[in-house]
Design a binder for this molecule. Structure first.
Ligand code: ZN
Length: 317
């Protein structure tokens, strides 16, 4: 039988897993609640349960992507914002205890896994270098150089969301001001909406559309308002795109990668922000790297994290 592995994506709400072939084909997928609010022990029990269901009793290799600071070499979660009360938690050792001594467990940052997944079987499968930027609640990033993940000396490589774009800009979750995440994330869109609504004399349909909206839906609402021609909404996406373009120019100037892959939920607003982003990249990037780089949308529809984690479990780096 062909050697399959399990790739998992641990979110604050859901724990998703897939049984994956060495060619990157998904044979089976499952999703259960992660119970992350109940703490790491509950999450670990759920990982074991999901692995047993996916592996049909066998314990193949398991790769796990988790948001946060992950020390992949030691198998330790240094910090994870979505899981209650977890610091310096030895997740690999604890999983091996429960799964059996033969279990091969790899943990890695979720955005790094996403970058690996898109490089392995998605938008980047024909290139050897790329940066993936995930535009979601925050902004994540992962760097592939020469067909290998660059996770950095401390596992903190690829944090593209915390590049400073505007030195005196908006406060970021990380404590710095003016990070890319403060301008090109769902959180940033929500802030820009609040600012637009508070500004006197600004006429915008957002005033009618936003109240009562689920905060998670606000980027979609601003997208449909922009499509209707609402100037304030168009301006929000323009600022989003400009910030992203400034960040991309720095990335290509430093790394000269072949491709930048944009994924995450807010990438659905592609048509709203991509033109200002491309214009800014062209304006600020050095000519050769800015002209060479191909900007692509992620292709794996949310499976990229599980696939990248599976790739690690197969022994890839
Ligand atoms: Zn930041």
């Amino acid at each position: 039988m062909e050697r399959t592995v399990i790739g998992m994506d641990i979110g604050g709400t859901n724990l998703r897993g897939a049984l994956v072939t060495p060619e990157g084909r998904i044979l089976k997928r499952l999703r259960i609640a992660s119970d992350a609010d109940d703490g790491i022990d509950a999450v670990v029990d759920n990982i074991v349960k999901l692995a047993a269901e996916l592996g049909g009793g066998e314990v193949p290799g398991i790769g796990i992507g988790i948001a946060g600071v992950i020390d992949s070499r030691a198998g330790v979660i240094t910090q994870a914002p979505n899981i209650a009360n977890v610091t310096n938690y030895p997740i690999r050792d604890n999983l091996v205890k429960k799964l059996g001594p033969g279990a091969n467990v790899i943990v890695e940052n979720d955005a790094n896994c996403a970058a690996l997944g898109e490089w392995w079987t998605g938008a980047g499968k024909d290139v050897s270098s790329l940066v993936m930027i995930t535009l979601g609640t925050g902004v994540g990033g992962g760097i592939i150089l020469g067909g290998r993940l660059w996770s950095g000396a401390d596992g903190m490589g690829g944090e593209a969301g915390h590049m400073t774009i505007y030195p005196d800009g908006a406060l970021c979750n990380c404590g710095n001001y003016g990070c890319l995440e403060s301008y090109a994330s769902a959180t940033a869109v929500r802030r820009m909406v609040r600012e637009a609504l508070a500004e006197p004399g600004v006429e915008t349909v957002l005033g009618d559309m936003i109240p009562g909206s689920d905060p998670d839906d606000i980027p979609e609402v601003v997208m449909s308002a922009a499509l209707k021609g609402d100037a304030a909404s168009i301006d929000i996406w323009e600022r989003f795109g400009v910030a992203l373009g400034i960040g991309m120019a720095s990335l290509v100037n430093i790394l000269n990668v072949e491709m930048i892959v944009l994924g995450g939920g807010v990438a659905r607003a592609w048509d709203m922000f991509i033109e200002p982003a491309r214009a800014e990249l062209k304006k600020r990037g050095l000519r050769a790297p800015a002209e060479r780089v191909v900007i692509e949308r992620a292709r794996l529809n949310g499976d990229e994290g599980m696939l990248g984690a599976a790739y690690l479990a197969l022994g890839g780096r």
